[in-house]
Unconditional design. Structure first.
Length: 84
């Protein structure tokens, strides 16, 4: 199980650092590194879903725009990201 957890962590860290724009790379990498080690496998799977959102969606989330439709299971990460 821990090998699977480490594989998920590595996948998330990789994805967070190769987003498309340098600004989002830096923002997402720092965000992920602040919380990834405290999450269980189920939370890591949700974080993986979160970091795979489109950059425009993430920017809208960060800017607290209200016209976004997101999986409600991601609310924890959305709130953390907005306050980061």
């Amino acid at each position: 199980m821990s090998q699977n957890k480490e594989a998920i962590k590595n996948k998330i860290i990789y994805r967070s650092s190769y987003r498309g724009s340098k600004e989002m790379d830096v923002l997402m990498t720092n965000f992920v590194k602040t919380l990834i080690h405290d999450l269980d496998v189920n939370q890591l799977k949700l974080l993986d879903e979160f970091v795979n959102l489109d950059d425009q969606v993430l920017k809208s989330i960060k800017n607290r725009e209200s016209n976004i439709v997101i999986n409600q299971k991601l609310v924890f990460f959305i709130k953390k990201f907005q306050s980061f």
